[in-house]
Design a protein around this ligand. Structure first.
Ligand SMILES: [Zn+2]
Length: 442
């Protein structure tokens, strides 16, 4: 018998694999940061008598949610500019604010705020794209949060890097520093087709292949992006990326609201992963990603929140629900993307897109113990006929009670064990005061 340290008894265990499975009155055993066993409670009690036992009698255990697209430090800009289309929002509000404020401290405080929000919403892994990525990585490690840190590339200078070469060099340095880290992985993160030159994109394509690292990029977010590309390059962005050698199963294409039939075939052929961010797309009126059609074509779809500046929260429960609802409306088919598929997109599909499906994304023996407990006992989630339906269509992130990452409990009855909530709040409020004050004079 293994020396099991922790045994979680739950009303339901929803492993995600096999899809739709619900195990009643089961227990998960955690050993050295991994799931060592998943078995009926009655057997677990006798087999692992000496373990520390945790009782979650009205809870569902699910794999940690994977936020496959975000810009965590932007949480400090939450609600700064709303009700504007993407380009105007970026060019007139977000980019000027970033030019003025983004620094190491801004990134650190923003990332920690985002990580805290994500942890309490059941997110155990996030795929980030921002300046000062090494600071985001440090913040994640400090919180014991799993993250894929983007090596950002963009044509314009920032406080972090001056030229595209500078961005790449610094990104690769980060990649070297986090080789084989238990919580941190990296991805190339060229911002978008309209902000990165052919030369830099070609470099990214070569390096991604050589190092076998994913590429995380906004693609086909709006009609305007497509039109600009046609004017500037004589072709749609996806065609241009194909010409530059960027299309492969390492590519995470974020948004994809504009797709021709031929582009569907291109995506399938290259095994590209789609990251769907429904709430951000709705708020910026960017368009609709044809999720049901992509799903039918066998394309892997993960979910992301995008930043708290365009969303305005980092809530994967909301993204799951919107995904299921929007897909139905768009396909005029109420059976499109049932709850179990939305849950899979928020977990295992995210892991697959990031190349981490062997380690995380489902509650299977041998996988890393990234586990979330959701309390379904309250009256808002009763009566309960189907826990998966309840998770996607009824429960909100406020029902998340406990979270483990690599077997370490980071949220205990909604209290953080690795972060100081009061300190995060006071730092955030101090940023808001400074930013508000400076806007009075512009
Ligand atoms: Zn984004």
């Amino acid at each position: 018998m293994q020396n099991i340290k922790t045994l979680i008894h739950a009303r339901w265990v929803i492993p995600v694999i096999p899809e739709g499975q619900i195990l009643e009155n089961h227990s998960l055993a955690i050993y050295q940061g991994r799931i060592a066993d998943c078995l009926p409670r009655i057997e677990a009690e006798t087999r692992y008598r000496d373990a520390h036992q945790i009782e979650l009698t009205q809870h569902a255990l699910i794999p940690g949610l994977i936020n496959a697209h975000t810009h965590s430090p932007m949480s400090l800009l939450r609600g700064l500019a709303d009700d504007l289309p993407l380009m105007e929002w970026l060019e007139k509000h977000i980019w000027p604010a970033e030019t003025k404020w983004v620094s190491e401290t801004f990134v650190r405080d923003g990332a920690l705020l985002a990580i805290a929000e994500m942890l309490r919403g059941g997110i155990t892994c996030f795929n980030d794209m921002y300046f000062f990525p090494e600071v985001v990585a440090q913040a994640a490690v400090e919180a014991n949060m799993r993250a894929v840190i983007g090596m950002i590339v963009i044509d314009f200078p920032s406080r972090w890097a001056k030229t595209p070469e500078d961005y790449l060099r610094k990104g690769l340095e980060l990649n070297d520093n986090y080789q084989n880290h238990p919580l941190i992985k990296t991805a190339f993160a060229p911002h978008a087709p309209y902000t990165v030159s052919d030369e830099s994109l070609t470099q990214v394509a070569i390096l991604s292949k050589e190092l076998n690292i994913p590429v995380h990029m906004h693609i086909h977010e709006t009609v305007e992006e497509i039109n600009r590309s046609i004017t500037q390059y004589g072709m749609r962005p996806l065609g241009r990326l194909q010409r530059l050698g960027l299309l492969s199963s390492r590519l995470l294409a974020v948004h994809m609201t504009q797709l021709t039939d031929q582009e569907f075939q291109t995506i399938t052929k290259h095994g590209i992963h789609i990251v769907h961010c429904p709430e951000s797309n709705l708020k910026l009126a960017s368009g609709f990603c044809p999720v049901a059609k992509l799903y039918q074509a066998g394309i892997n779809i993960a979910l992301g929140t995008d930043s708290a500046a365009s969303n305005n929260d980092l809530d994967m429960f909301m993204e799951m629900r919107l995904t299921a609802l929007l897909a139905k409306a768009l396909a005029s088919d109420a059976s499109a993307i049932p709850a179990k598929q939305a849950l899979r997109m928020a977990t295992l599909n995210g892991a697959q897109a990031l190349g981490l499906e062997q380690e995380i994304g489902s509650l299977e023996i041998g996988k890393i113990a990234d586990i979330v407990a959701v309390d379904l006992g309250g009256l808002e989630t009763q009566p309960l006929y189907d826990p998966i339906s309840q998770l996607v269509y009824t429960a909100g992130r406020d029902k998340v009670s406990d979270v483990w990452i690599a077997g370490q409990q980071v949220l205990k009855r909604r209290q953080f064990t690795t972060l100081d909530e009061q300190l995060l709040l006071s730092r955030t409020q101090a940023w808001a005061e400074r930013i508000k004050e400076s806007r009075k004079f512009t």
